[in-house]
Design a protein. Structure first.
Length: 123
């Protein structure tokens, strides 16, 4: 098993709630994006990215070019993590999610339950 030591950003209820809101807007497709971190102690920014998957209701795909374009307006910010949603309520990362892990980049999955609860999980 390949273990990776990475620093994950601190999550707040507001952050998870906003990702859940975006996810519900994009449902039944999986929503995806990044968390951008400023060099100071400013709150993380949630930036939605287009889901480039040919099958967006089952998986997500992020293009590197989209990451660069999305963070460009935020001078000094870094990509702190990538996130995506599971609008069908599926807990845990899928096999595809695990195959698409990017070394040294925290991956956040937010499962959207029918009762409105959002369950965050790092992988």
């Amino acid at each position: 098993m390949n273990s990776r030591l990475i620093r994950v950003p601190e999550l707040t209820d507001e952050l998870i709630g906003e990702i859940g809101r975006i996810g519900r807007l994009r449902s039944p497709a999986e929503a995806c994006g990044m968390l951008a971190e400023a060099p100071d102690d400013s709150p993380l920014r949630i930036i939605e990215l287009p889901n480039r998957s040919m099958n967006p209701t089952e998986e997500y795909e992020v293009w590197g070019k989209d990451l660069g374009l999305a963070i460009e307006p935020y001078s000094g910010y870094d990509v702190a993590a990538l996130w995506h949603t599971h609008p069908k309520g599926t807990l845990g990362p899928s096999q595809t999610d695990l195959m698409n892990v990017i070394e040294a980049v925290p991956m956040l999955l937010v499962t959207l339950l029918a009762d409105g609860v959002n369950i965050p999980e790092w992988f």
